[in-house]
Design a protein around this ligand. Structure first.
Ligand code: NDP
Length: 315
């Protein structure tokens, strides 16, 4: 690696969702001169949602993309150096840590905050992408409220799907739950809760064929994969809860992760297995996954970084 293409920074933040920007705000205010690389989707998952009504401080709600512009502006106003670019490789073998950007330049950092987020998995249907934000959602806690008193459907059979189906059952008249096998993957207690909730209707061995509607979700066509029988159900909302994929591939082999690729942090902190490397937001959280919890953990990562750099006499 040519030394001329290496830039030295104190605090490098990778990712631009609520976790990354919040870390940048705190790090800039603590004079850590953070440099933040936004990644492939500046603003993260919130840029593909519509209205956000559960982020405190916005009494009238706000569009997800607009909220992320606010996060970015606030971080920039505090002095964070925000750049477009994707982290493509890392070398965490020694300090300072090295991160390659866009496969062309290297950054050397005294401390790194990983806030690369996670991506919802989708079924891969054309109609699912077309109606995303128009009745199709991958987050019941974010969007369930818009379907109060209406019929909705959810696909998935893990703990997330079970939790989201129960959440929706409190808001919606009926929750049609499509499960591709004849059993659920969710923990027994969650399965029991789902099966004992009167307005959750389970369809076993069921695949989603297509979501129907021109400009908004109006119905869903499903097929029993044992009998071949098809049916169309009128719904207003369609929730996909088939898992998330943490964006952690480039850190594999360096940072400890669970089997699904979520980065492990020391409980009650943002510390990873490597001193001076911290993780925040959805890349290390498969349970809560909310903008506000991600922002909170971004704050924790910046405070942990500040303590680390000051103990080393680097800020
Ligand atoms: P999981 O990977 O556990 O479950 C995904 C579910 O989606 C599975 O039931 C799977 O079906 C189904 N699925 C996958 N692809 C498709 C598809 N193309 N069509 C239809 N169905 C599909 O993901 P979760 O997000 O539910 O959970 C991730 C982890 O987080 C788990 O370890 C879970 O226990 C944990 N978690 C814990 C919570 C808690 O403790 N409160 C809350 C939420 C999550 P199949 O079973 O057939 O493979």
């Amino acid at each position: 690696m040519a030394e001329s293409s290496v830039e030295k920074v104190h605090c490098l933040i990778i990712g631009s969702g609520p976790a990354g920007y919040t870390a940048a705000i705190y790090a800039a205010r603590a004079n850590m001169k953070p440099v933040l690389y936004q990644g492939i989707q500046p603003g993260g998952q919130l840029t593909i949602t519509t209205e956000v009504e559960n982020y405190p401080g916005y009494p009238d709600g706000i569009q997800g993309p607009e909220m992320m512009v606010h996060f970015e502006k606030q971080a920039a106003r505090m002095g964070a150096d925000i750049r477009f670019g994707l982290a493509t490789k890392v070398d965490f073998s020694k300090q300072p840590y090295r991160v390659e950007i866009d496969e062309e330049k290297w950054i050397e950092a005294d401390a790194v905050i990983i806030s690369t987020g996670a991506s919802a998995k989708w079924l891969g249907l054309e109609s699912e992408q077309r109606l995303n934000g128009f009745g199709v959602s991958a987050c019941a806690v974010c969007d369930g409220f818009f379907f109060r008193g209406k019929e909705v459907a959810i696909v998935g059979a893990g703990d997330t799907a079970a939790e989201e189906a129960l959440y929706l059952s409190k808001l919606c008249s009926t929750v049609h739950m499509f499960i591709r096998r004849d059993q659920m993957r969710a923990s027994k207690v969650m399965q029991d809760r789902v099966q004992n909730t009167s307005n959750i209707k389970i369809y076993w061995n069921t695949d989603t064929e297509e979501i129907l509607g021109e400009h908004k979700t109006e119905a869903v066509r499903i097929k029993n994969n044992k009998t071949g029988e098809e049916q169309t159900i009128a719904i207003s909302g369609f929730f996909v809860a088939i898992g998330h994929q943490p964006n952690s591939d480039i850190f594999k082999g360096w940072i400890d992760m669970d089997e699904a690729g979520y980065i492990k942090t020391v409980p009650g902190s943002s510390k990873t297995n490597i001193e001076g490397i911290f993780a925040a937001g959805d890349v290390q959280d498969k349970i809560y996954r909310q903008a506000v919890t991600a922002a909170g953990s971004g704050c924790m990562a910046a405070l942990d970084t500040e303590r680390y750099l000051s103990a080393k006499g680097l800020v």
